[in-house]
Design a protein around this ligand. Structure first.
Ligand code: C2E
Ligand code: MG
Ligand code: MG
Length: 481
């Protein structure tokens, strides 16, 4: 071979190699594309008979179960990747399922779940799949969608079809659901899609009923914190880390103590004392509020029993979280505790936020009637800052004017006039008015002038632990001759 040919060979060889490499790369790309196309065109890896054979159905509703869902979801994601579309995972949770299950026969709950499963299936588009993933939680897998708007339409239609009233074993049941949605590719893996949909579902639940929420990043942070709180709260119940403090409510005209409000505190072993505003909502979310509440009422009864055995008679107010009113056995359990400690029912007053009444009038009215027939008084908390309607106002025996009203009363003429009107309104309904958060004499003077019945606030005493109550009541209760 001549030198010239050698030269040509040395130049041509790298060029040929480069071309070959480029060619291989394109072939690999082509293979990838073909694979994606093939996957995208594939039907699901299992069909109905596979579901039955492999125990992938929920025995009660016959819907696919959680394992089936995970497989479906993996497939859906592969297809969405190939077709550049979205997958949405919508977690659907019934809002009032537990109370319904407790009050009526157990079978009623099962029958309800079956009807919901049928409704879910009926509202599905061809490409979507509904599963039951446990208890009262269902999951909807929405495929072949390109935009959030498309998903929103599907979810709204679903909510509308699920919430029409049910008739189970001659019991009329009004359904309400909360839906949390997470989407692929924003959240790229199957496990996270379900966790994020769950977080969004709880956001929807706490925002009201029959709502849906899409997952966003900020919820993730809040979700992590709540997760930690859940574990801590469970431990708190087991390790007895809660304690009650009691704040005096004094007679506005004469200054003696007429009652006490029980305020819960959490002695966290690491974080120190935690206020209820921080943990009550989390306790509601994780279904721990009834156990906490039961402890609070029992502790109040024990304290009251001890005080009465020392000849000290008073009334204790107990705060109720909104969710507790949903429990049809609430009043029954309270009465049981009062009787167990041989206390008159009038010893306790329960404070309820006006917001609860507005959001769930049926539940509110039902509980009010039960409290009334048990001879237990109710106070409307946060009065004056939430839109309490007159209809609900008529059902309670006390109203508590919120601290936001107190703050303005001495300096703002309009607030003073409005408070005057509120107090007159409550008095016209034979109610006792308690002003909250009084910190100075000017505020106290205003409430006295407006004929408010009781006052509560740092000016008259900070919340104190149970062991300080006897000396406090001995000094400051009304002297009975
Ligand atoms: P609330 O029922 O309106 O209770 C009054 C809150 O105002 C209490 O806060 C009390 O410590 C505070 N306070 C009283 N006087 C003054 C004052 O003069 N100035 C100021 N700045 N604050 C004053 P706390 O104990 O942090 O409780 C906050 C809320 O947590 C309560 O509001 C109540 O809704 C809820 N809560 C407390 N204990 C319980 C409980 O056992 N169960 C439930 N479900 N909720 C509770
Ligand atoms: Mg209160
Ligand atoms: Mg209040």
């Amino acid at each position: 071979m001549s030198d010239f040919n050698y030269l040509l060979l040395w130049i041509a060889l790298p060029a040929v190699l480069l071309a070959a490499l480029l060619c291989i790369h394109s072939i690999a790309e082509l293979v990838e594309k073909l694979k994606a196309y093939w996957i995208g065109r594939q039907p699901d890896i299992w069909q109905d008979h596979d579901l039955n054979l492999n125990g992938m159905r929920d025995p009660l509703t016959q819907l696919p179960n959680r394992s089936a869902l995970m497989k479906k979801l993996q497939n859906a994601i592969r297809r969405a990747h190939a077709s550049q579309s979205k997958v949405a995972v919508a977690l659907i949770n019934l809002d009032d399922f537990k109370p319904v299950k407790n009050t009526l026969h157990h079978l009623t709950g099962d029958a309800e779940l079956k009807i919901i499963a049928k409704r879910l299936e009926a509202s599905l588009r061809g490409a979507d799949i509904a599963c039951r993933i446990g208890g009262d939680a269902f999951l909807l897998l929405i495929q072949e969608v390109k935009t959030h708007q498309e998903i929103e339409l599907i979810i709204q239609r679903l909510i509308d079809s699920l919430i029409s009233p049910l008739n189970v074993n001659d019991h009329a049941i009004n359904l309400s659901i909360s839906v949390g949605i997470a989407t692929y590719p924003a959240i790229p893996d199957t496990d996270h899609l379900i966790i994020c949909a769950d977080t969004a579902m709880y956001q929807a639940k706490s925002a009201g009923r029959n709502l849906y929420r899409f997952y966003d990043e900020e919820m993730g942070v809040a979700g992590d914190q709540l997760q930690e709180m859940q574990l801590d709260l469970k431990q708190a119940l087991e390790n007895n880390e809660f304690e009650l403090y009691f704040q005096p409510k004094v007679d506005a005209q004469h200054g003696h103590i007429r009652g006490l409000e029980a305020l819960i505190r959490w002695r966290h072993p690491v974080k120190g004392s935690i206020l209820p505003t921080v943990f009550i909502q989390a306790a509601e979310r994780f279904g721990l509020i009834s156990r906490i509440h039961h402890w609070v009422v029992e502790e109040c009864c024990r304290t009251m029993h001890r005080l009465r055995s020392q000849g000290l008679h008073t009334q204790i107010s107990v705060n109720l979280a909104a969710q507790q009113l949903r429990d049809p056995a609430l009043v029954h359990h309270i009465v049981e505790l009062l009787d167990q400690f041989q206390l008159p029912h009038s010893c306790l007053v329960f404070e309820i936020s006006g917001l609860m009444a507005l959001k769930h009038p049926d539940i509110f009215n039902a509980r009010m009637a039960e409290f009334q027939s048990a001879g237990i008084d109710i106070a409307l908390d946060d009065f004056g800052i939430t839109n309490a309607s007159i209809a609900y106002l008529q059902k309670v025996q006390q109203v508590k004017l919120d601290r936001k009203i107190t703050i303005k009363i001495a300096d703002d003429k309009k607030s003073h006039e409005m408070t005057d009107a509120l107090i007159r309104l409550a008095h016209s309904l034979d109610q006792i008015v308690v002003a909250e958060g009084i910190e100075n004499e000017a505020q106290a003077r205003c409430f006295r002038e407006l004929k408010c019945d009781m006052m509560q606030g740092h000016l008259f005493g900070y919340p104190v632990s149970a062991d300080k109550l006897a000396p406090l009541l001995e000094q400051r209760s009304a002297k009975v001759d």
